[in-house]
Write a protein that binds this ligand. Structure first.
Ligand code: SAM
Length: 253
């Protein structure tokens, strides 16, 4: 079986399909990207409301089955490899196995509005806040670039073949970062380290990853003790960014 077949859970609930279209708030000026178009059930509805739809589908058996209309371009290929064309909205029932890389690829590209179906558990991690068990690297990295909310949870029975778990429709609205951090790449490494040992105090998670972060253990001495004695999952992204800047500064001095 080809690797992409395992992602083939087709959305057959007409009401959910209609609501996805409604959430997209489409007009004839919109250029919509759809990733993983399958046989085109959502695609057909998108083409009725948007000015232009570009659908990417990796399965060479499915892509030709998508009904051709004037305002549709179908790209047969892997969404992680194809260069994205310009678009302002992305509306997709995503292939779950590429949820994370495709989300970051989209955020890097930039857009106005995303209406994206993910596995429910992944969606909870996307939107989680400090103190929540789902809060972690993914929440911080995505929320740095965009506002994200779960619009609705979708039962597995809305799909043919039903996946093992429920799904959720997430609205993604890119916006400028809500706080500053001096070195974003270092920040991403820092949050990877901070959440690598969720049950440990942040201090220990940083110490155990000092080599990966390229910092000296002594750099921790100037971090506020009341914060680094806590676990990362209780600390806000902004506070983590502040610690990250202090570490970077101490390391460079
Ligand atoms: N849009 C359809 C729907 O809503 O019913 C199908 C959604 S299904 C969850 C995901 C689709 O993504 C499948 O048709 C699968 O072949 C396709 N797919 C899987 N990996 C892909 C990739 N890397 N690039 C593009 N399409 C992919």
């Amino acid at each position: 079986m080809n690797w992409y077949k395992k992602d083939q859970h087709f959305l057959i609930d007409e009401q959910v399909l209609e609501r996805i279209i409604e959430y997209g708030n489409l007009t004839k000026t919109d250029i919509v990207l759809e990733i993983g178009a399958g046989y085109g059930n959502l695609t057909a509805k998108l083409t009725k409301r948007a000015g232009m739809v570009i659908a990417i589908e990796v399965d060479p058996e499915l892509a030709p089955s998508i009904k051709k209309v004037e305002n549709l371009e179908v790209i047969t290929g892997d969404a992680l490899k194809e260069e994205f064309p310009p678009f302002n909205k992305v509306i997709s029932n995503l292939p779950y196995s590429i949820s994370s890389p495709v989300t970051f690829k989209l955020l890097k590209h930039g857009f106005e509005l995303g209406i994206l179906m993910y596995q429910h558990e992944f969606a909870r991690r996307l939107v989680a806040s400090p103190g929540n068990k789902d809060y972690g690297r993914l929440s911080i990295a995505v929320q740095y670039h965009a506002r994200v909310d779960i619009l609705e949870v979708v039962s597995r029975h809305a799909f043919s073949t039903p996946p093992q778990v429920d799904s959720a429709i997430v609205r993604v609205v890119p916006r400028p970062p809500p706080y500053n951090v001096r070195d974003v790449n270092f920040f991403m490494k820092f949050i990877t380290a901070a959440f690598s040992q969720r049950r440990k105090k942040l201090k220990n998670a940083i110490l155990n990853n000092a080599a990966m972060l390229g910092i000296k253990e002594s750099a921790l001495e100037n971090l506020p003790k009341n914060i680094i004695e806590q676990r990362a999952e209780t600390i806000s992204a902004e506070e983590l960014a502040g610690l990250c800047d202090l570490l970077r500064k101490d390391n460079n001095s």
